[in-house]
Design a protein. Structure first.
Ligand SMILES: [Zn+2]
Length: 234
């Protein structure tokens, strides 16, 4: 195998590695944002659950006030009824007392239903609080892992870049430029030629190219896709 091909195959390996490492690095902020969004969503759900429980508590309180007001009114009406000497007024006051008593009964039924609902809402809020705590812990762990990963990836990128720089120093700049152009658009740029077929585009090369590749006297390129070719073990 030509030395230049051998070197470019290692360069290509480092370039593929660099591409993966940089892609992993690029994804880290998105992953971090997703972890934070998960916490925010759970926090919003907790706030909504708390608000629903508070609103229900206020409704219970309003019902209690309405019941108390009616009880006071009934007390006042009963005093009036006790003091009156007119039969028709006594009866009228009795009807009014009954009406308020019926309202109290309705309000008490509603209050009972609200209290039952309040238990459910409290349980939901407690579950939402537990979910937030769990998500927050998990997100923090994820973020810590991402920070460590960022450090590792950055070091690996630097290492691969240094290796690559040392390797390409020995490659003809024109060949390197051609390799880089192809790798950028359609990696891999250096491919095996087997049974006369280019390993990149899978087309049959011309007999001239085939002979060139097998002779290993100089660099040969696939006339179809432009990739650098080297002879495979046939
Ligand atoms: Zn090709």
């Amino acid at each position: 195998m030509l030395v230049e091909i051998k070197t470019l195959l290692i360069v290509q390996d480092r370039d593929s590695r660099l591409r993966r490492l940089r892609e992993d690095l690029r994804r880290l902020p998105e992953e971090a944002a997703r972890a934070k969004a998960g916490v925010a969503a759970d926090e919003a759900a907790l706030q909504a659950a708390k608000a629903a429980a508070t609103e229900n508590e206020m409704a219970i309180h309003r019902h209690q006030l309405d019941i108390d007001t009616r009880r006071t009114t009934i007390g006042r009406l009963k005093t009036q009824q006790f003091e009156t000497r007119k039969n028709d007024e006594f009866t009228a006051l009795g009807h009014e007392i009954d009406r308020y008593a019926a309202e109290i009964a309705r309000l008490e039924d509603e209050e009972l239903a609200l209290m039952e609902k309040g238990e459910e809402l409290k349980a939901k809020a407690a579950a939402a609080a537990a979910a937030v705590a769990a998500t927050r812990t998990r997100a923090q762990e994820d973020l810590n892992r991402m920070k460590e990963r960022h450090v590792t990836l950055t070091a690996q990128v630097a290492e691969a870049e240094a290796e690559r720089a040392a390797l390409v120093a020995a490659v003809d700049p024109a060949v390197l430029a051609r390799y880089e152009r192809i790798f950028e658009k359609k990696a891999p740029a250096v491919v095996v030629l087997e049974h006369g077929i280019c390993g990149g585009c899978h087309m049959k090369v011309t007999p001239t190219t085939l002979t060139q590749v097998k002779a290993e006297k100089g660099l040969a390129y696939c006339e179809n896709c432009g990739r650098l070719l080297y002879a495979g073990l046939e």
